[in-house]
Design a protein around this ligand. Sequence first.
Ligand code: SF4
Length: 588
Amino acid sequence: MWFLRINMADRSHEFTPAPEKYKNLAGRALTSNLIADEVPPLSHPLGPNNKLFFCPGIMTGTTAPTSARISVGGKSPLTGGIKEANAGTSWAINIAKLRIKALIVEGQPEEKDKFWGILIHWDAENEKPALEWFDATKYIGQDVYDIYPKIYKEFEDRRISVCSIGTASEFGYGNSGVVFNDMAKRPSRYAGRGGLGAVMGSKRLKFIIMDDTGSPGVEIKDKELFDVGRRKLVNALREHPITKPKGALNTYGTAVLVNILNEAGGLPTRNFSSGRFEDAAKIAGEAIFEGNKKRLGKEVYNHACSPGCIIRCSNTWYKEDKTEHVSCLEYESNWAFGANCCINDLDTIAELIKLCNGYGLDTIETGVSIGVAMEAGVLPFGDGPGAIELVHKMGKGEPMGRILGSGTGQAGKVLGVTRVPAVKNQGMPAYEPRAVKGIGVTYATSTMGADHTAGYTICPEILGVSAELDPLSDEGKAALSQAFQATTAFIDSSGHCLFIAFAILDIPSGFEGFVEEANAILGTDWTADDVVNYGAEVLKVERKFNEAAGLGKADDRLPEFMLTEPLPPHNVVFGISDEALDSVFEDL
Ligand code: SF4
C-alpha cells in the first residue's frame, strides 16, 4: 500500500510505503488522523500549510456491496475545523485498486494563474502506481458540465475516472465541493460540504485523473470470510424495505423523505420558520417518480452512482421533451431550494441543482444561504427565477455571489439576519432540530458543523429503523446522537455508503457481515463493539483538532432563535440542555 504525496509548490511527488501506524485506518479515520498529524490547527484553510487528503475506505475497490466511497479531508474553510466529506464514484474504486491508501496534496505554487492536472495510473514494469502532470489552465472558469466531456476526450485512450473542481473553488468559496464522475460520466457526485473544493483550488489543482488498468486490486487477507460477510450484507440490503430493489430508495430516491418529514412536522420551511411546507407533495420523491412516468410514458427506477451499488438510489429528472434535466435530485438538495426557499416547482429545483453542479457549489449550503438572503429581503420566498440568478452570481464571482458563496453563517452576518440556521458556520440540512431532537444534538455537537450524515438519528426518530423513538422528546437524545456519531464514523471509514445503515441496524446478520468484511480485508478480529469504539476514537481525534483550532463547547450550540422561537405545527423549541450537549463528547 502506498502513500502518494504531491507538492504543488514545485510539482514534485513521491510514492512511499504506507506507514505501519495507519495500517487499519482508511476513509474518514485516515483523513482525520492525517489532518491531526500533519495540518497545523491554526493554519489558514486556504494557505500553504493546509493539506488535502483523499483516502478510500477499507472495503472500497472490493466486491463488497455499495462500497465505492472516497473520503476527502482537510481543514475546512467553512467551519475552521476538521472536515471529511465523501462521495460514491468509480474514482474511489480506481485509487483503491492502485493500492494508494492516501493521496496527500501539499503546498501551493507561487504562480497563481496556472492550474494543473495529474494522471495516476499503474506502471506494470515497476509494479507501482505512476503519476504524470499536465497543464489544466485552459479548463479554468468553465462549467464543469462542459469540461468533463473535454477531459474524457483528452484521455480517450484510457479508462479513466475524474475528480475536479468548479469555479466556486477557483474563487475560494467556503461553499465549494470536490466533484467526481458518476457511472454515466456526469460531474454529479460531490464531496460537497465544508469547502474542500476551495482547498483544492488554493493549490491550483484542477484535475486528478485515475486509471486503474492493470493494477493489482485490493488485497483481501481472508477471502472465504470476506465472501461470507459480503453475502450476509447483500442479503440484508436486498431484504430491507428501504434498500431492496424497487424499495423506497430505488423507487423514489432519497426525496421519499419529503412527505415523511412534512408529515412529522420536521421539514424546515421558509428559512426554518415552519416544519410543514404546503406544497411538499409537489416536490416529493413520489412526484418525481410520477412526473417522469408522465413525461417518458414509462416507470423509471433509480440507478447506481458508482459500480457495485445494489441499493441504487440516484434518480434523474427529465424535461417535458424527454431529455435529461439533471441527476440527481437528492432529498437535501431538493429541500434546500424547495421547502426551504418555498419553491414548489421541480423543473426550477432541477435547474438550481444543475447550476450548482456546474459551478461546483454544495447544493445544501447554496439553498440555505439563499433562504437567508430571502429572509433578508434580497428576493421574496418562492422566487425561483431570482434564486437562479443568485446562483449564477455565485458561479460568476459577482459581489452578492461571493457573499453567498462564503456560506450561510457569513452571508447571515453580511446581510444582517438573526435567524441563521447554521452551526460552526455550516448551513443546516433538511431536518428541523426543534421537531427532531436527536438530529439537533448531532447538528450542535458534530465535529463537522451542522451535518445530518454525521449521526443520522432520523433512523429511530422518524423512520422506525433500529427502534421507534418520539422525535419531539428530549429523553436520551444526547446518548442516541453519540452512538450514531460513533457508528457513522466507522461506516465513513469502511468505504460503504451510509445508506447501508438502514439494513444493518435492523437486520443483525447484515451488521455481522459488515464487520466480517472488514476483518477479512484487514486480518483483524473485531466485534460489533470494536467497530463502534473505532468510530469513537475517530471522533476524539477530530474533536481534539477542533479544540486546537479554536472550536470549543460554545460552538456546540444551535442558533439562538431555535431556543426561543416555537416551531409550527408542534410549537416546540429546542430545549436540550447545554450539559446534555456537552455530555456527547465528555462521555465518549
Ligand atoms: S445508495 Fe445511492 S448514494 Fe449510496 S452508493 Fe448507492 S446510489 Fe450512491
